[in-house]
Design a protein around this ligand. Sequence first.
Ligand SMILES: CC(C)(COP(=O)(O)OP(=O)(O)OC[C@H]1O[C@@H](n2cnc3c(N)ncnc32)[C@H](O)[C@@H]1OP(=O)(O)O)[C@@H](O)C(=O)NCCC(=O)NCCS
Length: 231
Amino acid sequence: MRQITFAELDSGQQTDALNLVYRGYDQPFQVSPEWVAEHLYTHAIDTSRSPVWLDGRGAVAALALLALREGRGWIGGFGVAPAYRGNRFSGPVLRETLKDLDGIPVQLEVLVPNLKARRTYEKGGFQITRQLVVLEGPPGRAEQSLQAAGSPCWQRQAASLERLKDLVWVGRSLAYRGHQIHFVGEGATWGALAAQASLRLSNEPADSPLHRQLLGLGWREVARQYEMHRP
Ligand SMILES: CC(C)(COP(=O)(O)OP(=O)(O)OC[C@H]1O[C@@H](n2cnc3c(N)ncnc32)[C@H](O)[C@@H]1OP(=O)(O)O)[C@@H](O)C(=O)NCCC(=O)NCCS
């Protein structure tokens, strides 16, 4: 095995690498070069600190994506290629990703059914801090207020939203793109979104007033994740 960084792969190789290591993931995961470029930029992934392992033939065996901003870290991608799974390789991959990060808190999300990944993260010192839910459903009436959202996960923090292209802001209280809601602040009403048939909200804390309100409107849970932190 040879170790390089994600920065050393070109855009096509980065895309292929992510699609390879996420094969068999619990949720459909097939990304495009455009998605990868936006993911790296929006969420501050430091590709030069994101390790990639290549096997003897130069094929990707494992990788992790590490983001760093405002004194915190986030793992925004992690996987072992199918041919190399089941060999306890994920532990060393995590250790290498976290090396030199002593004193820097790191967080990540893991799907609830993903027991192998959760086991790896727990062994690496991560603890579950809360649950995040991906939801889809119909909007309320235009004049209805939205309830308070929970404290945002990494992808929905201001530093990510500032970098997201084509985000539509309604005052300072609501931000969306297409049918995906990215931000709900104080005073938000459904407004023009009321005309949409179905909307999506990713990684809303499971105990938030907004989550409860959306369930009441008939939204359904598409996925549930644990947010984990390593202090
Ligand atoms: C998750 C993933 C990285 C784990 O790598 P792996 O090579 O399959 O798993 P490993 O051999 O490293 O085993 C990891 C741990 O899970 C344990 N494990 C294996 N099967 C398990 C199961 N069904 N339930 C619970 N734990 C299990 C292993 O025993 C090991 O723990 P241990 O060292 O204490 O024994 C890999 O399966 C993968 O890339 N999956 C697709 C992408 C993905 O899910 N990424 C994580 C995103 S959060």
